[in-house]
Design a binder for this molecule. Structure first.
Ligand code: BGC
Length: 746
């Protein structure tokens, strides 16, 4: 123990020296830009410090000044989340940090234990499943902006988010961190999130490229999927992130793809990512996701992080990383040309220059009221109203005297205790806190746990007694980020509510038919057999530090719910594709993606299976009417091929927001296609009685499928249906469109 403390102290001391040295060098280098008036101009500042030079020139200049050892130091970690400084050149220590829902607390340099810092608090945002269920792209930008600002303020250079893995099975332990089952929605969310992060001189990291659709066996499982499925389902968010948002970093998945580790798969990284998609930034491994030198060197990996001693959970000494001494020895022996090392360093330096590491950087800010307000806004818009029989919701505070709030999740904090996604938050408003604050002193509120994740007796009886006495009962149920219940490294074992919560809900409803169920969880949950009896159900995701306030504001009608599901909720797990085809968790180490393109709603449509709740579903306290669909052909060759224009009116008595979803269907494709594919959406706010025109443009690619025989995206001349609706199963308007030309985009 003593020696660990000693090492930690020593490492901090060394870090301080490095920073001090760096400060002096940078100071000197900057000072060289402005020579004192009375002295002759000495050496000109190095080109790489000249902000007027293009990035590639600066990269080449700096690269040319680096020794072999200095280059090597930049392509692997020298602590859990850093690469080292090169003081003589003014290259600073580079800090990476998790994660997708807030800047993670600092961990020690050599393991996952907390660093014990007191200045590493951050805004705990809602989880990405919640962000996606807002279907609000401005909020995705604002969300990314919070992470970017806070990373900067905490001195971080790269934040490890967003996650763009597709929700293939609802059992996956990280579904709460994912944007859901649809590639288009994933792509749109990723692009805006990344833009938000990167405007702050911080690099985003889209992960995990590509696959990682389950936690069970994630570091060994080999994905076997056809080319078209890869291109149409799993790659689009990464492609959009690179081409539209200019994402600076990509993390390789733990999983294997066609036998190669994803982080250095020649096919995925060299051919597709860096070749076809033209990615210029750096590819990093997931932590502990590098296993050999040769493949990592040749397979396009640029930054190795978190490597473990094989067969253990212990960190490998940093000099022994596969891209450290073993690579150096290989270069010295002539096994690898130095140009391979240079390429990797180039990618790393490009990210540094791209995020202004050597220039004047944005200072950032953290834990600000504005950032917390963004957390609240996202939470409010993310909550999905699944059921509202007889308009039980919103609650009218003047008509009720008492509330029974039931469930461990009503008082449980979810920010910490997670693996990579945990955040040290200044506060976390629980649902009970939020309800008590909103209700004020006029309502009599009783809290009863009803169940305990650690067990307890007579809890249901007490909850039932409380529910009986109250005008309305609110059961806050769900999962809790513990093992098998929405946590990294473990999949769920089934979709039922754990700890007897199903029975609790049933009994509470029996005692008080005016019961609202609020679910805290990633998607999806099996709700049979209690759903039929529950009059009102809200899916609240993991709503972040202001979540309790958001839930209360929805319950009492201060906020009209406008979230929509990003995943299909099956009636039973076996209805969902990976399980119906018995392809989970893989056979003899291989995961056959037998469902191919039929992920999520594409499967339910093709097989005509009635889901419990369809993709894109969500109710409101008001009603919306869709009308007047017009398909306006594009005039300009660079513009949209066609624009769908239609009207939405708020026909109820409350202001609200509706997400209009646009799907396409091709009538007679030359290759089989899903019956519906999401290709556009818009969220529109409307006052009571108000009507607005909505326009959703569709470009050529919106009509295309990937044809492996042609190695390209083919949009075929022929008839398409444009379907506009309130969910994937509630199409309100449709019209036909004839695509005039066949095109192939390589
Ligand atoms: C996760 C990554 C995370 C990394 C660093 C891994 O276990 O898969 O998403 O960024 O750890 O914490």
């Amino acid at each position: 123990m003593k020696s660990i403390v000693h090492i930690l102290r020593r490492s901090h001391f060394i870090m301080a020296l490095v920073l001090l040295g760096l400060g002096t060098v940078l100071g000197t280098l900057r000072a060289q830009n402005q020579p004192p008036k009375d002295q002759p101009i000495q050496e000109p500042p190095p080109l790489y410090l000249d902000t007027n030079q293009p990035i590639d020139k600066r990269v080449e200049d700096l690269l040319g000044r680096m020794t072999l050892e200095e280059k090597l130091s930049q392509i692997h970690g020298n602590s859990m989340f850093t690469t080292p400084a090169i003081p003589r050149l003014g290259v600073p220590v580079r800090w990476l940090t998790d994660g997708p829902q807030g800047v993670r607390e600092d961990v020690g340099p050599f393991d996952w234990r907390t660093a014990g810092h007191t200045d590493d608090y951050a805004t705990y945002m809602p989880a990405l499943c919640s962000l996606a269920s807002t279907w609000n792209l401005d909020l995705a930008t604002a969300f990314g902006n919070v992470l970017g600002q806070e990373s900067r303020k905490r001195g971080k250079d790269i934040i490890l988010g967003p996650i763009a893995d597709i929700t293939r099975t609802p059992l996956c332990g990280r579904v709460y961190e994912y944007f859901g089952e649809d590639p288009f929605l994933n792509a749109r969310m990723s692009v805006n999130y990344i833009r938000g992060v990167q405007t702050n001189d911080v690099a985003a990291c889209i992960k995990h490229f590509a696959g990682n659709n389950q936690e069970l066996g994630r570091s060994t499982v080999n994905m076997d999927m056809d080319e078209r499925t890869l291109r149409e389902i799993y790659l689009p968010p990464f492609e959009a992130a690179i081409k539209e948002a200019g994402v600076w970093t990509v993390m390789g998945a733990y999983t294997k793809f066609r036998g190669e580790h994803c982080a250095y798969s020649d096919y995925l990284i060299n051919k597709i990512l860096k070749g076809e998609l033209g990615f210029q930034g750096l590819v990093m491994s997931d932590w502990g996701g590098t296993y050999t030198t040769r493949e990592a060197v040749l397979g396009g990996l640029d930054l190795e992080m978190g490597t473990l001693i094989p067969g253990t959970e212990k960190e490998l000494p940093y000099d022994e990383y596969y891209l450290a001494n073993p690579f150096l020895e290989g270069i010295r022996k002539g096994d690898y040309p130095v140009s391979l090392l240079d390429d990797k360093v180039r990618c790393n330096l490009r990210v540094m220059f791209g995020t202004h590491v050597f220039d004047q950087r944005k200072p950032g800010s953290i834990n600000t009221p504005t950032n917390q307000a963004t957390a609240l806004r996202v939470a409010e818009e993310s909550i999905v109203l699944l059921k509202n029989q007889d308009n039980l919701l919103p609650l009218n505070a003047s008509q009720i005297q008492s509330l029974a709030v039931i469930g461990e999740n009503a008082t449980r904090h979810h920010a910490t205790g997670l693996f990579g996604a945990g955040v040290k938050t200044m506060h976390e408003i629980t649902p009970l806190d939020g309800i008590v604050q909103r209700a004020g002193t006029n309502l009599n509120i009783t809290y009863s746990a009803g169940y305990r994740s650690r067990g307890g007796s007579n809890l249901i009886e007490r909850a039932v007694a409380a529910a009986k006495q109250a005008d309305v009962a609110i059961v806050v149920a769900g999962f809790n980020h513990s093992r098998n219940l929405d946590d990294e490294g473990w999949d769920r074992t089934n979709l039922h509510l754990p700890f007897g919560q199903g029975e609790l809900i049933r009994q509470v409803i029996k005692a008080n038919p005016r019961t609202v169920v609020v679910l805290i969880s990633g998607p999806a949950i099996e709700m049979d057999p209690w759903l039929g009896k529950a009059p009102a159900v809200l899916q609240a995701g993991y709503p972040g530090m202001e979540g309790g306030t958001a839930i209360a504001r929805v319950l009492f009608g201060d906020v009209n719910p406008s979230g929509k599901l990003t995943c299909t909720y099956p009636k039973q797990l076996m209805d969902s594709p990976a399980h119906a085809l018995d392809t989970y968790p893989g056979t003899n180490g291989t995961l056959f993606y037998k469902e191919g393109l039929l992920v999520g709603y594409r499967w339910y449509d093709a097989k005509d299976i009635e889901p419990e709740f369809p993709f894109g579903f969500g109710l409101s306290y008001t009603t919306f009417e869709y009308s007047n669909l017009k398909l306006v052909p594009g005039q300009d060759t660079n513009g949209p091929v066609v624009t769908a224009e239609f009207e939405i009116a708020n026909t109820g008595a409350r202001a609200g927001a509706e997400v209009a979803e646009l799907y396409i269907h091709q009538d007679h494709p030359s290759l089989p296609r899903p019956l519906k594919e999401l290709k556009g959406f818009k969220k529109i706010s409307l006052k009571p009685g108000e009507k607005k025109t909505v326009s959703i443009p569709l470009d050529q690619r919106a009509f295309a499928f990937y044809d492996p025989a042609k190695s390209g995206w083919v949009s075929e001349t022929g008839d398409f249906k444009i379907l506009v609706g309130s969910s994937s199963r509630d199409i309100r308007l449709q019209d036909s469109f004839r695509l005039a030309q066949t095109t192939i985009e390589k």
